[in-house]
Design a protein around this ligand. Structure first.
Ligand code: COA
Length: 184
């Protein structure tokens, strides 16, 4: 993929998508502080914890995490991360999470990031993509993924607790990947 990539959003704002660079730590920290706490709670790790983020950046360097950022006026406004295992029974499956700042949502930025993550996963030779989502909280994302041939492969009843302690079903969405888009 050719980066940096310029995209014009539905609201006519221009953003640039590019891979995370080692010097992006402060930019990413600033982004994380602007994400609503309820969204941060649903991430699988505490992005506000410095030692955890040290390990996350190590994983990026090692190649177990691939991250793309979208920037507007030199600030991060969206992030897509692809998580990969380099060994074992699920090493053919990539997991991902996309987060867009609330004021940039519903302008197709999430879709741009998703398309790039799918391409990235295909380039890495992954066979499947997986996203774990909270029913009732992330229904918009679940519906959006269906438009890109993700299917619900399982729903674990009450497996998620939101930041207020309420239980929600965990929806596992999967997509089978092909080596190139033309294989579809
Ligand atoms: C999910 C998320 C990444 C989507 O980002 P986004 O930039 O708003 O996505 P897009 O604008 O590309 O929208 C994708 C589709 O979802 C729909 N959509 C997005 N948010 C919606 C909402 N709140 N209500 C109704 N539809 C919505 C859009 O209409 C669009 O469908 P369309 O192409 O038919 O118009 C963003 O809402 C977010 O960061 N949420 C919190 C974290 C999260 O839920 N992550 C999902 C884990 S992968």
């Amino acid at each position: 993929m050719r980066y940096p990539k310029e995209c014009v959003l539905k609201n006519c704002k221009e953003v640039v998508i590019r891979p995370l660079e080692p010097g992006d730590r402060l930019l990413l920290n600033a982004f994380h502080t602007q994400i609503p706490e309820s969204d941060r709670w649903l991430m699988n790790y505490n992005v506000m914890d410095t030692p955890i983020m040290d390990r996350w950046f190590d994983a990026v360097e090692k190649g177990n995490v691939a991250c793309i950022l979208s920037l507007c006026d030199d600030c991060v406004v969206g992030q897509g991360s692809l998580y990969m295992r380099d060994f074992g029974a699920t090493s053919h499956v990539g997991r991902f999470r996309i987060t867009v700042l609330p004021e940039f949502r519903q302008n197709r930025l999430g879709t741009w990031l998703l398309l790039d993550l799918i391409q990235l996963a295909m380039d890495k030779g992954l066979e499947m993509l997986r996203a774990d989502l909270a029913a009732g909280i992330e229904n918009d994302a679940i519906d959006a993924l269906k438009k890109f041939d993700f299917f619900k492969c399982a729903e674990l009843e009450n497996a998620i607790k939101d930041d207020s302690g309420n239980h929600h079903d965990l929806v596992i969405m999967m997509k089978c990947l092909h080596r190139t888009w033309s294989d579809y």
